[in-house]
Design a protein around this ligand. Structure first.
Ligand code: GDP
Length: 491
């Protein structure tokens, strides 16, 4: 998802690379790439304009600050990094703020009314929300209020059975009566939440809206969520506006983002309708519902990964303290290979690697700004096995401080090392091989790791160099966002 938009930001970033400062001309040229990709991703036209204006104003209005700490003190942030930071801020402002908590009824059972067009993923999302609430320890009841399609009732019953939550259904009855009676029964049974799965139509129509309005005024649900299929692109905005005119929507759930490379609706909806996206549907199965966090999404779009989202996914398999510690380490620039290996193992134990890829700093590790094929390759579990083998062949010291490989590379003249030292400002003249002293004949770290893991030296250096890029990048991100205070700023 978001590949289209990411591509534009990547092109803009490349355009800025090597430029001395963010002058108006330079910014305009970079924004052209961003503009094209946003339109291609089907972000609503006015939202695109609004976003570009915001980025430009920020870019021109701010002095590039001395914020990124180098090893030897302070260095100036590169214009391209500064630009990415500005875009991150502007994206977050465009999509947020979002409070993903659910409104609660003053007393008794809390209603959640699910509305949306047919096929948007309404019934599936109802099941996903029920699962989420159930996991949080709440008692939940589902209500089959889509009486026009017998298949919809059956679908909800199947979901209810799978989750072990009761489903209130009365085929043939009036949906308003059903919702009212279900609410009474839910209250009697001491339920915390009751979720109404209402009927959809292929397009917004008056009869449907009237029915939904009647349900609303009969049961007064504390939450009304509009479910929208991300694949419909710009139409999402019109749909949201049409529903919001008739019902007091509390928020939007955007589904099928997993299948949409554009994701434009995610950027437009809040800006165009004022209604926040609360949740994202990321797949067909019931666990594929995410809280919408603008910071995380902006990070994913800009290729920075989404650390907090990643840590949320990890919550089931690692303890929270460790997860927060990892994120802080990463942002503080002190994340070691050991921590990284731990992450890989956790991921392996979780199964579906592909789902996590776009949130992964691993993305930067493998590819950084490289094309999608590389990321796909990274999602290949066999690649992880190779990585693990290489990391395990390192000494403890090397894992804590992979810079040791770079220092060695800076002294070496083999091609694998030369590649890396170009990045690292090597000394101008390489040592003449005939002048090597005895200390140079200790087996190279790289060679030892390569031998130990059965990989090529180039692969080991590739791993180290990308790891360093990732660590630098996250270190810088941490500095830009106020050091390790970042975690406390993200809800
Ligand atoms: P409804 O008519 O609005 O109730 O839609 P359904 O819940 O029946 O969903 C329609 C189709 O979309 C089904 O095949 C679902 O499995 C699928 N679907 C729902 N949410 C998602 C999602 O987040 N990702 C993907 N890939 N498919 C989804």
């Amino acid at each position: 998802m978001f590949e289209t938009i990411s591509k534009g930001f990547r092109a803009a970033r490349e355009r800025l690379t090597g430029k001395g400062e963010l002058s108006e001309d330079v910014i305009d040229a970079a924004l052209k790439d961003v503009r094209l990709s946003l339109l291609e991703a089907d972000v609503e036209f006015r939202t695109v304009k609004k976003f570009l204006r915001a980025v430009k104003a920020k870019a021109l209005g701010e002095e590039v600050q001395l914020v990124a700490k180098g090893k030897d003190g302070k260095v100036r942030v590169r214009p391209e990094d500064h630009f990415v930071h500005i875009c991150h801020e502007a994206l977050v402002e465009l999509m947020g703020p979002v409070d993903t908590s659910l409104a609660r009824a003053n007393k008794g059972v809390t209603g959640i009314m699910m509305v949306g067009l047919q096929g948007s993923g309404k019934t599936t999302t109802t099941g996903k929300l029920a699962r989420k609430l159930q996991k949080e320890g709440h008692k939940v009841m589902l209500v089959a209020a889509d009486v026009y399609r017998p298949a919809a009732i059956h679908q909800l019953q199947v979901l209810g059975e799978r989750l072990g939550v009761p489903v209130f259904a009365r085929p043939g009855a009036n949906p308003v009566d059903i919702c009212r009676d279900a609410t009474e029964q839910a209250a009697m049974e001491g339920m915390d939440f009751v979720l109404y799965d209402t009927a959809g139509r292929l397009t917004v129509d008056d009869a449907l809206m009237e029915e939904l309005e009647k349900i609303e005024s009969s049961v007064h649900p504390a939450n009304i969520f509009l479910v929208i299929d991300a694949m419909i692109g710009q139409d999402a905005v019109q749909t949201a506006k049409a529903f919001d005119e008739r019902l007091e929507l509390t928020g939007v759930v955007l589904t099928k983002l997993d299948g949409d490379a554009r994701g434009g609706a995610a950027l437009s909806i809040k800006a165009a309708t004022g209604k926040p996206i609360k949740f994202l549907g990321m797949g067909e199965s019931l666990d594929k519902l995410e809280d919408f966090r603008p910071e995380g999404l902006a990070g994913r779009i800009l290729g920075m990964g989404d650390l907090v989202g990643l840590m949320n996914d990890f919550q089931d398999v690692v303890d929270e303290e460790k997860a927060a510690e990892d994120a802080e380490k990463m942002l503080g620039g002190s994340f070691g290979m050991d921590d990284f290996l731990q992450q890989i193992k956790t991921i392996q134990s979780m199964g579906s690697m592909k789902d996590l890829m776009d949130k992964m700093p691993l993305g930067s590790l493998f590819g950084g700004d490289l094309p999608e094929e590389v990321l796909e390759q990274a999602a290949d579990d066999r690649e992880l096995v190779k990585l693990e083998a290489m990391i395990q062949s390192m000494t403890k010291k090397e894992r804590q401080d992979p810079e040791l490989f770079l220092q060695e590379a800076a002294r070496s003249t083999t091609p694998a090392h030369a590649k890396l030292t170009r990045r690292k400002k090597r000394p101008k003249k390489a040592k003449d091989p005939s002048a090597l002293g005895p200390e140079d004949f200790v087996e190279s770290r790289v060679r030892r790791v390569a031998r130990g893991s059965g990989r090529l030296e180039d692969e080991v250096m590739g791993l180290v160099s990308r790891f360093m890029v990732m660590r630098d990048m996250f270190g810088m991100l941490g500095d830009l966002m106020g050091g390790t205070g970042l975690m406390s700023k993200i809800p």
